[in-house]
Design a protein around this ligand. Structure first.
Ligand code: DP6
Length: 360
């Protein structure tokens, strides 16, 4: 499957050694991507909030070379990080038809995250989207007739080949990835900003990430996605995601908090229900995840504050709430929830603007 649009024409400029840099944020899905087809095509459409503070900063140093192999080194916080090599090599292999020039350079990929190491926060979305932005910035130096919009689209397209959810981190706000018949322009190949009216409350939404378990996950997302093949509930799950996204359209417009909370929490629990009912089955939730969820439900009932939770493929809890309740909810987190976090650690984040160039 080749997507002609993203295959560049003949290079017009030879370039010397240099560097480009981008920061790109993580994102948190409201309707989840879980299950995929070949070529990183999602089994169902998803939508996420782009985050603001949880980011990867990547500088790509490039120098021309002649051999026909990939040549690159990865550094995390200034130290060689060989663990990342296989994932990045796979990324280069997958993007080669669309960025054949990656074989013409040696790369030093210098990267760092703003969130704590091994916090259990998925760094693949921010990491792959930052690297994809660097790659298209390099392309921009070599080719003419490319506009900024196209480059962002291509970055999202490439990022998807590195890690599916990464394609939702290039743009800010709410980002949709995957074809939905009622979302005009939605694509399986790239993320795009949600195209319809969004109530102000969602433009400044808050996400407190409670670090329940900072250890390495027992089951990677890639393995989890694969277990959706032959999963007894897969088809109804994929239909449910379509329905949820459809239901979100009027909710995102009106700011209907109850509607939003119901869909977001159902999505989180369904994601984990899929893991618990796959073959082999597994559980990524921890006892403290459930303690936190129950406390959120009690707090919401007692205060009527529209706070809810969502989950990634891990034990950490994302607490979502409107900005106007930030002070109250953050006191609640500090006093009642942080004790269930590893070393009482949590990160306060909010909806952000997507990838940004780092000025040298
Ligand atoms: C649970 O994007 O990490 O966070 O495409 O295999 O890299 P790969 O998977 P990945 O899956 C993320 C799954 C999720 C839900 C979501 O972000 O939509």
């Amino acid at each position: 499957m080749l997507v002609e649009e993203f295959i560049p024409n003949t290079p017009i400029k030879k370039i010397d050694a240099g560097s480009v840099g981008y920061t790109s944020p993580s994102n948190i899905a409201l309707v989840k991507y879980w299950g995929k087809k070949p070529h990183q095509i999602p089994a169902n459409p998803s939508i996420s909030f782009t985050l603001n503070h949880c980011k990867t900063e990547t500088v790509l140093e490039f120098s021309p070379k002649n051999s026909d192999d990939f040549s690159f080194e990865v550094y995390l916080d200034g130290k060689k990080a060989s663990d990342f090599r296989p994932k990045i090599k796979q990324f280069f292999e997958r993007i080669l038809p669309y960025a054949s020039y990656v074989k013409d350079f040696h790369f030093d990929i210098k990267t760092s995250n703003t969130f704590p190491h091994s916090s259990g926060i998925a760094s693949s979305a921010s990491g792959m989207s930052a690297l994809a932005m660097c790659i298209v910035a390099l392309e921009e130096l070599m080719y003419s007739n490319v506009d900024t919009d196209f480059l962002k689209r291509k970055a999202s397209f490439l990022a998807r080949l590195g890690s599916g959810s990464a394609c939702r981190s290039i743009e800010g706000g709410l980002v949709v990835w995957g074809v939905h018949p009622n979302i005009f322009g939605s694509s399986d190949l790239e993320g795009m900003q949600y195209p319809y009216e969004v109530h102000d409350v969602f433009k400044t939404y808050q996400d407190a990430i409670l670090l329940v378990d900072k250890g390495e996950k027992q089951v990677s997302s890639s393995v989890g996605h694969n277990l959706m093949h032959n999963h007894p509930y897969a088809q109804s799950r994929f239909e449910q995601a379509h329905t949820h996204l459809n239901q979100l359209i009027p909710i995102l417009k009106s700011g209907d908090m109850n509607g939003f909370i119901t869909i977001v929490e159902k999505e989180a629990l369904t994601l984990h229900a899929m893991m618990m009912s796959s073959d082999p089955y597994f559980i990524l939730l921890k006892p403290n995840t459930l303690e936190i969820i129950n406390l959120i439900w009690t707090y919401r009932k007692n205060t009527n504050i529209p706070v809810c939770f969502t989950l990634d493929a891990g034990a950490n809890v994302h607490v979502l709430y409107p900005k106007e309740y930030a002070q109250k909810v953050e006191l609640f987190i500090q006093h009642e929830l942080s004790v269930y976090c590893q070393n009482k650690q949590y990160i306060l984040d909010n909806v952000g603007n997507g990838a940004k160039r780092i000025k040298n």
